[in-house]
Design a protein. Structure first.
Length: 107
């Protein structure tokens, strides 16, 4: 933001030049790479779902219109945060969709 050199106003402050900074590592940390995605996929194939994830999957399969809310509340209690609960719900829905597609293709 350009500064005017005046003490008051939207552009107040000394006139300075911005320093070029390299991006912080924390901006990239946790981003999924091809390698980590592949490792997680293999682990999910080998190990399968955790017991609470199986329960969520069962809720999605049997639950009616309010299943999303019940799944969210259950996941939030287990995982502790809103974002994690939403992500887990979408993840398990994806697993359910893959299972249904596999079953339809096999039949």
């Amino acid at each position: 933001m350009a500064r005017s050199g005046y003490a008051k106003g939207a552009t107040s402050g000394h006139i300075t030049t911005e320093k070029e900074r390299k991006p912080k590592i924390s901006r990239r940390k946790g981003a999924a790479t091809k390698r980590t995605s592949m490792c997680k996929e293999i682990a999910r194939e080998v190990v399968g779902l955790a017991p609470y994830e199986r329960r969520i999957l069962d809720m999605i399969k049997t639950g009616g219109s309010s299943a999303d809310k019940r799944v969210y509340k259950f996941a939030k209690r287990r995982l502790g945060s809103h974002k994690r609960a939403l992500a887990k719900r979408e993840d398990i829905k994806e697993v359910n969709a893959k299972q249904r597609a596999r079953a339809a293709a096999g039949v």
